[in-house]
Design a protein around this ligand. Structure first.
Ligand SMILES: Cc1cc2nc3c(=O)[nH]c(=O)nc-3n(C[C@H](O)[C@H](O)[C@H](O)COP(=O)(O)OP(=O)(O)OC[C@H]3O[C@@H](n4cnc5c(N)ncnc54)[C@H](O)[C@@H]3O)c2cc1C
Length: 395
């Protein structure tokens, strides 16, 4: 019987892991199945562009995996039983259970509301395709002078506020940030950021905690009201509750705790990559939810699985940061170079050059997903261990 590898999720990290596994393992010994709810690969890093009316290139997963040997199953994952090694799926034809020998969990994340009242009812987000499309419709319906408040001063908030203000100069856009605007960036980057926010006419509410969202705006922790017809909530990502409902070891965030090969610390036949996995990065800090760290996590998981199954030494992918790429609309940006553990260094690119750099990075990431069989030499090795040995190996 073939060794069954099931990859849950075909976003950046699941798709990359599946493609890499297909290049490493002999199809005579292994069967790789990818399960994804959407029929397309969704470039999540462009959701602020989708929300502001831009049309993104369509990338069908069936085209991406054609000829790779990877089987694609379009279905929603509803549960995982890591003790019985099964995954429950549902699609238009009904419910089904599939079994695995090795599981790669890569279901990503959605917007986190942090339990703030009114977010679920009144706020919009750009964490996924459906929510970005909802915001797109709402923004289209706003008349000249309409008010938009972006809550969250992290990377997603900065990108959302500038993208909306650039695409819709007729709207009155504001941002509420818990700290100072871009205060983790180098001083020169912060000055550039302020310049761009000024140029785009974005009102900045710094050191502002939003305690409640209402249909007509947000109420801050100190009782101020920021009126807004549309509130966009960008205060971080939260993982889907599926992993936390299993016997897997998960962190308080619900992310699956993994070792340096992206293998679950509690279940050796389960790997977790991308937003769904909690791995330690340089300096012992948890890797943040991003493509920047998710991509090497996917490489590492695929290489570790292939190495363990084929009885080879596990190669190590560098899990470190190089830069933070921030788009500020389509014509401006900041590339903040960072230390291995993600702290700003005194070097950056800004303006048009940074916007172009970011575009190349986004295109490169999507190209890597869309061409799973290119870039790496193909070495489809035979398995060296039995199905039982592979799931209990401790190396
Ligand atoms: C607007 C925005 C801008 C961003 N910009 C950057 C950036 O500049 N740089 C950066 O490094 N990161 C950025 N990120 C973060 C980055 O997009 C995520 O960290 C990354 O997508 C995580 O990859 P992933 O594979 O873990 O999850 P995803 O890419 O979200 O993929 C998860 C996949 O699982 C599928 N799925 C989910 N639930 C189910 C289910 N129950 N059943 C079946 N399928 C399911 C989804 O359809 C999806 O295909 C940005 C995010 C957003 C929202």
């Amino acid at each position: 019987m073939k060794h069954r590898i099931v990859v849950l999720g075909a976003g950046y990290t699941g798709a990359i892991a599946a493609g890499r596994l297909a290049r490493r393992l002999h199809p005579g010994d292994t069967e790789i199945t990818v399960v994804n709810a959407d029929s397309d690969f969704v470039e999540r890093v462009r959701m602020h562009q989708l929300a502001t009316g831009q049309d993104l290139k369509r990338r069908r997963l069936s085209d991406i995996f054609a000829g790779t040997g990877v089987r694609l199953r379009l279905a929603r994952v509803t549960a995982v039983d890591v003790d019985r090694r099964t995954v429950s799926l549902v699609d238009a034809d009904g419910a089904e259970e599939i079994g695995y020998d090795t599981l790669v969990y890569a279901l990503g994340s959605a917007a986190a509301d942090h339990g703030v009242p009114g977010v679920a009812e009144h706020a919009y987000d750009i964490a996924g395709k459906q929510s970005a499309l909802r915001l797109r419709e709402r923004l289209k319906g706003l008349a000249v002078g309409g008010t938009v408040l972006v809550v969250g001063g992290g990377l997603t908030g900065l990108e959302a506020a500038t993208e909306i203000a650039e695409a819709r100069p007729d709207l009155d856009v504001a941002i509420a940030a818990r700290g100072g605007l871009g205060d983790w960036l180098d001083g020169k980057a912060q000055r550039h950021l302020r310049g761009v926010f000024d140029r785009l006419g974005i009102t900045v509410h710094e050191h502002t905690d939003v305690a409640r969202v209402e249909a007509t705006g947000a109420v801050t922790a100190d009782g101020r009201v920021i009126p807004a017809q549309v509130t966009v909530w960008t205060t971080g990502f939260a993982v889907h509750p599926i992993a936390a409902a299993t016997t897997l070891s998960v962190a308080g965030t619900g992310q699956i705790v993994v070792d340096d090969t992206m293998r679950s610390v509690s279940h050796p036949d389960v790997y977790a990559v991308g937003d769904a996995g909690l791995a330690e990065g340089p300096g012992g800090k948890p890797l943040r939810m991003s493509c920047a760290s998710g991509t090497p996590m996917a490489w590492q998981a695929a290489d570790a699985i292939a190495a363990r199954l084929t009885g080879r030494k596990i190669p190590r992918a560098p899990l470190r940061y190089f830069n933070q790429c921030i788009s500020l609309g389509r014509r401006d940006g900041i590339i903040q170079f960072v230390t291995a553990d993600d702290r700003a260094k005194p070097s950056l690119l800004k303006g048009k050059l940074a916007a172009r750099y970011k575009e190349v990075v986004c295109k490169g990431a999507a190209w890597g997903v869309a061409h799973p069989m290119l870039m790496l030499p193909t070495r489809r090795r035979r398995l060296a261990v039995t199905r039982t040995e592979s799931s209990t190996a401790t190396v």
